[in-house]
Design a binder for this molecule. Structure first.
Ligand SMILES: [Zn+2]
Length: 338
């Protein structure tokens, strides 16, 4: 019998993954912290500890390494691929098996290194692998959303002191994602334009909150940043990054350049803080809604350095207090150079 489940809160509409086997990890994290954080099963030589790879990339530029990027199923997955879509009602409550996918992307065999110290090619390899995994997971019609996130450092929820990301495929669209899509679709219905394209155009024009840019991407502190030094990285043109004369890998290199630069700026400016980095993609297998969703909003990356804690009004009300104006944060970061 599969332990745990997915439960939906009817008042807030959020889904909660109940994963009882995670309890030992969580208790360990909160009590012993640093010592365990440095035990590294993602280091070369410990591949046996993580099981069979779903995908392994070998970059010829690093001939001394057996791999440059590895993807494998999480050892303690919070979502289980062998489950089924079986929404059930318990009175007014909704419950289902913990269906989904939970994979780990180990981004480099190199230890004791910051992500921004990897080469452009190494980071592009990671982005390429992520692209490939999303493409594969979206073929599974049970899934509605694929979330790629990087939780770096204990304060950001990271559990291992190594560069890695997690990919989770959910059988539902997360409620905050759905709220963003609803806003973007309402905007599109009114103006026939993508909301994020308009935001990007306005930010490029005003220049006040721009942190970095290249021909294809722009990084800026959002107008109403919730957290100090929060950053969005977005393609400059809607969908065009996948439709130019450049190959996927050349586009990944352009994205790698700006991602690396932004993370370097954050590390230098804020003394290597823990951070969350999330890739926001459109939902998958949306059926008839797919066309309008693809027109109303495009993908982007958000980066949130963990230098403040969430307070009650943010947690329960969605009202944030930020001591740093995004214009000041952008100005500060803009001046940090390699
Ligand atoms: Zn757009």
């Amino acid at each position: 019998m599969i332990k745990g489940c997915l439960r939906r809160d009817p008042l807030n509409k959020y889904w909660v993954i109940f994963a009882p086997e995670k309890v030992s990890t969580i208790i360990k994290q909160s009590s012993e912290q640093e010592a365990d954080f440095d035990l590294n099963p993602y280091a070369p030589g410990f591949e046996f500890a993580t099981g069979r790879d779903i995908l392994r990339k070998i970059n010829p530029a690093y001939a001394d390494q057996n791999w440059s990027v590895r993807v494998f199923p999480a050892k303690k997955p919070v979502l289980l691929i062998e489950s089924e879509v079986n929404f059930k009602g318990k009175g007014l409550y909704d419950v289902m098996e913990r269906l989904g996918a939970h994979e780990v992307v180990v981004e480099t065999p190199r230890q004791n290194i910051y992500f921004d110290q990897l080469s452009i090619e190494e980071i592009a390899d990671v982005l390429n692998v992520v692209r490939e995994r999303i493409g594969d997971l979206k073929k599974d019609t049970r899934f509605r959303y694929v979330m790629v996130s990087k939780n770096r450092g204990l304060a950001a929820g990271g559990t291992i002191n190594h560069n890695y990301s997690e990919i989770k495929a959910y059988p539902f669209v997360p409620p905050l994602v759905q709220a963003r899509i609803d806003n973007a679709v309402a905007y599109y219905n009114l103006k026939e334009r993508c909301l994020l394209c308009d935001i990007v155009d306005q930010e490029l024009e005003s220049k006040e909150r721009i942190v970095a840019k290249n021909d294809f991407f722009v990084a800026f502190c959002p107008y109403a940043s919730r957290f100090p030094f929060e950053i969005m990285i977005s393609p400059r043109k809607h969908g065009s990054v996948f439709n130019t004369a450049l190959s996927d890998f050349d586009i990944d290199k352009e994205l790698a350049k700006i991602l690396r630069l932004v993370l370097l700026k954050i590390r230098k400016a804020l003394k290597a803080p823990a951070y969350n980095c999330v890739f926001h993609y459109p939902p998958v297998n949306s059926g008839e809604k797919e066309l309008i969703e693809s027109k109303a909003l495009h993908w982007y990356i958000s980066i949130i350095p963990k230098i403040t804690n969430m307070m009650s009004d943010a947690l329960e009300g969605g009202v944030y207090t930020n001591p740093t104006l995004p214009e000041e944060a952008a100005e500060f970061l803009k001046n940090i150079i390699e």
